[in-house]
Design a protein around this ligand. Structure first.
Ligand SMILES: Nc1ncnc2c1ncn2[C@@H]1O[C@H](COP(=O)(O)OP(=O)(O)OP(=O)(O)O)[C@@H](O)[C@H]1O
Ligand SMILES: [Mg+2]
Length: 355
C-alpha cells in the first residue's frame, strides 16, 4: 500500500552561526508560506569579544531552548525542522561524470567525492543529487555534498541538548542558494550570493541553468570590527557599536585601491580581502564553467547590514549588488509587515526546504 503523504503544516529553520542563532517559524499555506515568527539571538554576551574557539557546544544549547520558549514553540509538535552545517568540515561541488546506473552510482560517487572534496575519507558522510543527464553526451551532472561524522554528531548534540530532535540537516551553501532560488523567479543568468557571517563569508554561485559553486571566504563581520578596533584604538564593544552606526570606513567607501597595491597583504581591510577573494573565485568560475553571465550580487547574513558595503561591492566587482530580503515571497502578518532582515536568509531557506 502506498504510504500516506504527511503534509507539512509548520516548519522551523534553525541556523546556528558562530555569532548568533537564527530561527524562522513558517506555516505552509496554499501557495507558499506564511511567517509565524522569528528570532535572532547572539550566543555571546553583548559586548564580549570572542573567537570561534570560544564557542563550545554548551554555549548554544541554552540559547536554543531560550529561543523556543520566547517563540512559544514546542519542537515536538513541528514535523519539519531543518538545520544546517557549514564551515571547514563541509564541502559541496557540482561534478560531471559518465552515465552511471543507479546500482553503481553510490560507490562510484564516494570514490569521486574523495577526489574532489577536501574531506578525509573514512569519516566522510556523502549526499548527492543527480541534477540532469545531458542528452547529447549522456553525461551526468551531479551535486556532491559531504561532511564529517564528527561534525554531524556535534551538531545533533547541540540540537538535542537545546530540546530539538534533529531532523533534516542541510549544507549551508545549499540552504543559502535555496533561500534565493525559492523566493526569486529568474530563468537565466548567474547570481552571486554572499552570506556574510561573523567569521566567514559563504560565497555561492547559483543560476537555474548555471554550474553550482560554493566556497567559504575566511573573513566576516568579526573582522570588520577588528579593523575598527585597530584603526581607532577602540574596545571590542565600542568598535562593534561604531560599525553598526557608521558602517564601512570612508577610505574603503571611496575607491583608492590602486594606490594601495604595494601595501603588504596584512594591511588590506576586510572589505578588500572579501572582494578580492570573490573576484578570484569569479575568475576561476568563468574558466571552469565557461560562463560569465553574472547578473547580480545578493548580500545576506548579518554582515550584509554593514552600511556602505553593497555600494563598495558593486564598485569593486562591477556587478549590480543589493541586500536580499528573505521575506520577499512570504505572507507577512501585520506586525511584521515592514520587517526584513538579510541575517535571516539562511534560516528562511532552511524552513522553506521541501521535505
Ligand atoms: N547593523 C549591522 N551592521 C554591521 N554588521 C552587523 C550589523 N548587525 C549585525 N552585524 C554583524 O553580523 C555578524 C553576525 O552575522 P550572522 O548572524 O550572519 O553570523 P553567524 O551566522 O553567527 O556567523 P558565521 O556564519 O560566521 O558562523 C556579526 O559580526 C555582527 O557584528
Ligand atoms: Mg552564518
Amino acid at each position: 500500500m502506498a504510504k500516506k503523504k504527511v503534509k507539512i503544516k509548520e516548519s522551523l529553520g534553525v541556523d546556528i552561526g558562530s555569532h548568533s542563532i537564527k530561527m524562522v517559524h513558517l506555516k505552509k499555506i496554499h501557495e507558499g508560506f506564511k511567517l509565524l515568527n522569528y528570532e535572532i539571538k547572539s550566543t555571546v554576551p553583548a559586548g564580549l569579544e570572542y573567537t570561534p574557539s570560544d564557542l563550545t557546544p554548551e554555549r548554544f544549547a541554552p540559547v536554543i531552548s531560550g529561543m523556543l520558549k520566547s517563540l512559544h514553540i514546542n519542537p515536538k509538535k513541528i514535523k519539519h525542522i531543518v538545520s544546517s552545517l557549514g564551515g571547514d568540515s563541509t564541502s559541496i561541488k557540482q561534478i560531471r561524470t559518465i552515465f552511471l546506473p543507479d546500482e553503481e552510482l553510490e560507490s562510484a560517487l564516494f570514490f569521486e567525492a574523495k577526489k574532489h572534496l577536501p574531506i578525509s575519507g573514512s569519516e566522510m558522510l556523502l549526499d548527492y543529487q543527480v541534477l540532469n543527464v545531458e542528452e547529447k553526451t549522456n553525461n551526468m551532472n551531479i551535486l556532491l555534498a559531504a561532511t564529517t561524522r564528527e561534525l554531524l554528531t556535534e551538531h545533533s548534540h547541540i540540537l538535542s541538548d537545546g530540546g530539538i530532535t534533529p531532523g533534516i540537516v542541510d549544507i549551508e551553501s545549499l540552504a543559502v542558494a535555496n533561500s534565493f532560488a525559492l523566493n526569486t523567479f529568474v530563468e537565466d543568468g548567474i547570481y552571486i550570493i554572499l552570506n556574510i557571517g561573523a567569521h566567514k563569508t559563504n560565497m555561492v554561485i547559483y543560476g537555474p541553468k548555471a554550474k553550482f559553486f560554493a566556497r567559504d571566504i575566511p573573513w566576516g563581520g568579526y573582522n570588520f570590527t577588528k579593523d575598527i578596533m585597530k584603526e581607532q584604538n577602540l574596545s571590542y564593544e565600542r568598535a562593534e557599536e561604531h560599525k553598526k552606526e557608521i558602517g564601512l570606513k570612508k577610505e574603503d567607501a571611496v575607491n583608492e585601491s590602486t594606490d594601495r597595491i604595494t601595501l603588504d597583504i596584512s594591511e588590506k581591510s576586510t572589505a578588500e580581502q572579501i572582494t578580492m577573494e570573490v573576484k578570484r573565485s569569479l575568475r576561476f568560475y568563468v574558466k571552469e564553467a565557461g560562463n560569465s553571465d553574472f547578473r547580480k550580487v545578493m548580500l545576506v547574513g548579518g554582515g550584509a547590514k554593514l552600511i556602505g558595503f553593497p555600494e563598495y561591492v558593486a564598485d569593486q566587482l562591477n556587478i549590480p549588488t543589493e541586500i536580499f530580503n528573505p521575506f520577499v515571497n512570504l505572507e507577512m502578518p501585520e506586525k511584521f509587515k515592514d520587517k526584513q532582515d538579510p541575517q535571516l536568509a539562511l534560516a528562511v531557506g532552511l524552513a522553506m526546504r521541501p521535505e
